[in-house]
Design a protein around this ligand. Sequence first.
Ligand SMILES: [Zn+2]
Ligand SMILES: [Zn+2]
Length: 586
Amino acid sequence: MIKGTVLDTIKKQKPLAKKIREGKLRIIPLGGLEEIGRNLTIFEFEKNGGKEAIIIDMGLGYPETENMLGVDYTIPNFEYLEKIKNNILAIFITHGHYDHIGAIPYILEKIDNPPIYATPLTKGLILKRQEDFPHAIKPTIIEIKKEEYKPIKLGSFLIDYFHVNHNIPDSIGFYIQTPACNIMHSGDFKIDFNPVFDKPADLSRIVKLAFRGTDILMIDSTNAPEPGHIISERKIMENLEEIFKKAKGRIIASTFASLIERIQQLIYLAEQYGRKIVIDGHTMKINVEVTKRLGYLKYSKGIFIKPEESFKLPQNKVLIICTGSQAEEGSALMRIANGEHKFFKIIPGDSLIFSSSIVPGNERIVQNLKDSLAKQGAKIYHYQMMDIHASGHAFADDIKLFINLVKPNYIIPIHGHYYMMKALEDIAFDLGMEKDRVFILSNGDVLEVENGIPRISNIKVPSNLVYVDGLGLGNVGDVVLRDRKALAEEGMFVIIVTIDSQTGKIKKSPDIISRGFVYLRESKELLKEVRGLIAQIVKKNTLHLGDEAPIIQEEQIKFRIKEDVAEFLFKKTHRRPVILPVVIKV
Ligand SMILES: [Zn+2]
Ligand SMILES: [Zn+2]
């Protein structure tokens, strides 16, 4: 239906003047393909031997298998970026999710700190994350004002941007013009005609840019396998409101901390129905704090209360927004369910909202969590029972609409596993696109565009996973080898620190497990000193801000434990065991 109407309208427009094309553009995805995470794409323009490059997004990914023990996350391989660092003009960021900004603290320094262009909320989130890396280079961030639509001219690049809907405010896509070709990059997007706290995606802007002639559309394929249109946030809000109307006890809503829009909807409903709000969970607190500070969260004064204060109110005046919708270990909701939470346990009559989808692989533990909560007397609402969650990514028909508005010559599906990119390819074929016009790329592929025609080069750039644990960087292969060697020769030392997230203090003396290093019973003195050292590290890296629960800089603590304990043990024993710090917040 859309296919006919929109396409026809566009066809009636004047054909584009034939352009004179110069040079070559290389599109090089270093991450984000055949995976959800690690989004990073290089656009490298070459003319007469001179090269210029820009980068879109710089994200992290999470370890995909349990075999990657000790790996906190993965980032794109930056070998090629280091090589071309003198040509990099700038980095452009689509939005503030970690799969788009998370690798910045690691890579920025390696490429001599080029400027970063980002919208205000994205900028705030980048800077907030940077606080966890006190030694990392300070980024220079240039704010993109969405409403102004001022094109950015950098070397041979002309970059425009447009507003899209996603589940975090201030998300944008980019339109990149070079003498070789024009490219539209959708960013993570959905099209919501009735968003609750946002404007609808700026379709007219997208069409205007597209009229310059789009050679290649790079488009979010995450939900390409989902038929139809994505449900509007307005509908989600109506369904959530039904729960608020009915609930006689407390409402406990769990969602991802990154779903700022959902959090905003819950705050709004709490205000409408006279409930005060407790925010619980580390990342949730941080995100609410940042968005509040930057003015992206609308709330009335005094709406947020401390956990203790909630007990002075009638139960039907309380809303708890917390992490744990994936049954993540140690998350607020898990602690509530297990009776380990400092303040909350389930009170019969509580309404429990799971407002997020289940990450594949988590189904069973989420089911167990729901059972446990229900047994304790909570009423469970999940998105499978009613629409109380919408994804941040466009469904098939929304993708069709976008493609039809842009009418590109070629399409590159991005941001998805292989089958998602294939599903997007099918959509393009359905719309009448020819077979050789969709490029399913892999990370590290080099797509060369000359005279408006792309082809995959024989050359590939390194794109294997670079893994990060604590604050350290390494190549999986290298690190595994290094660790194996050290394990064999020097033994290992596992340090488990349990920190009370309310007080920021170590709960009990840290557990130390050692294999092949020293016989622990004979090294009481040594262990005592190690424990003292750990206590100091935790103290130094925990920030106390007034009455709020302290901010525990987990990554920094792990990093310091590794470094400082290693140094200490070497001084005392002249050996270098592998040190594995584990920080548990309860
Ligand atoms: Zn996103
Ligand atoms: Zn993403």
